[in-house]
Ligand binder design. Structure first.
Ligand SMILES: [Zn+2]
Length: 325
């Protein structure tokens, strides 16, 4: 590889600057939704893991307990699709404008773009069991989620007439932590409305720390230049060729850097979650077969609230205006 300069054209966007919602194993969380979600189309890029110049197969387990050998896969990245949203909505992909869509059309190495959602939330500081700590505290975070979680939130939103300003109770998070599997229920009450001081803390925390919509969209997936996408496509193509014995790869410094970068990306990326769609068909996000499905409960705490009827405000500030605070 040639040496490069410390100039903007060599800088790749990362999503490191986000304070993302992430639960530890066993953790329960209570959050309040601060706005309607935004979404964008992303491609989840994976390729066989190359160790010492070779790809390896590992034994994976199906849900019925039977075993099979499959390639040990690596997370390479989750870039935004460069396709036109209208075209993707109509036909599922846009091979004319996006090289990953084009590659997905000719090869199973890539898959069609998927919607990924993100929104600003406030997470209350709670004890391990989910009860708020004293004195009250909270933090502004960005929650990114998949189509399946969107469907579950949709169901809760129907119950409440929207989610902005409403509490959600998450967890406990099941192992392994990387899959972020946890039940989601609507809160029986909205904690931030319970006390003027708490309300003020939530409002101030949101006002001073919320991310702008363009930033929130970046949390769904990296916004990358065409040439970086092409480079990733080529990298994954070469990994498959190595796996199939078509080319011989030797462990080089570049591969080590690639592997390290891949690991960093997967640390920074929102973890893959396997979820079920409304019709019960698994929405495959290329997670190991051993992963169990996300359980998202629709039942609330038993205390149903009347749907508010009218349309919900786009974000929290409009909600506050409506409340005449
Ligand atoms: Zn695409």
């Amino acid at each position: 590889m040639p040496q490069i300069d410390w100039t903007p054209e060599f800088k790749r966007n990362t999503t490191v600057e986000f304070d993302r919602l992430k639960l530890k194993v066993g953790e329960r969380a209570r959050i309040v939704c601060m706005e309607k979600p935004t979404f964008t189309f992303v491609h989840t890029l994976r390729g066989p893991k190359i160790v010492d110049g070779r790809a390896n197969k590992v034994i994976k387990k199906r849900k019925d307990g039977t075993e099979f050998a499959d390639w040990d896969m690596d997370f390479v990245g989750r870039p935004q699709c460069l396709g036109d949203h209208g075209i993707i909505m109509d036909t599922g992909m846009d091979p004319k404008n996006c090289p990953v869509c084009a590659r997905a059309q000719e090869s199973e190495e890539m898959s069609a773009p998927e919607r990924r959602f993100a929104m600003n939330i406030i997470k209350y500081n709670t004890k391990a069991d989910g009860t708020p700590v004293t004195p009250f505290g909270c933090s502004a975070q960005v929650w990114t989620f998949t189509e399946g979680i969107y469907n579950k939130l949709y169901a809760i939103a129907q119950e409440y007439g929207g989610l902005v300003g409403h509490d959600l109770i998450l967890g406990p998070c099941e192992p392994p932590e990387t899959y972020q599997k946890f039940p989601i229920t609507g809160g029986a009450r909205d904690l931030w409305t319970s006390d003027d001081k708490i309300k003020e803390t939530v409002v101030e925390t949101f006002k001073n720390n919320k991310r702008e919509t363009a930033d929130v969209e970046t949390a769904c997936g990296r916004r990358v230049e065409l040439r970086w996408l092409k480079e990733d496509i080529e990298k994954i193509r070469n990994r498959w060729r190595t796996a199939h014995g078509e080319i011989e790869a030797s462990p080089t410094a570049k591969q080590d850097v690639d592997a390290l970068k891949g690991e960093l990306d997967s640390l920074l990326a929102p973890p893959p979650v396997k979820v079920e769609s409304e019709v019960g068909a698994p929405v495959e996000e290329r997670v190991p077969e051993t992963a169990t499905k996300t359980v998202v409960k629709d039942d609330t705490d038993g205390e149903k609230r009347e749907p508010t009827g009218g349309s919900e405000p786009d974000d929290f500030s409009k909600l506050l205006v409506n409340l005449n605070l």
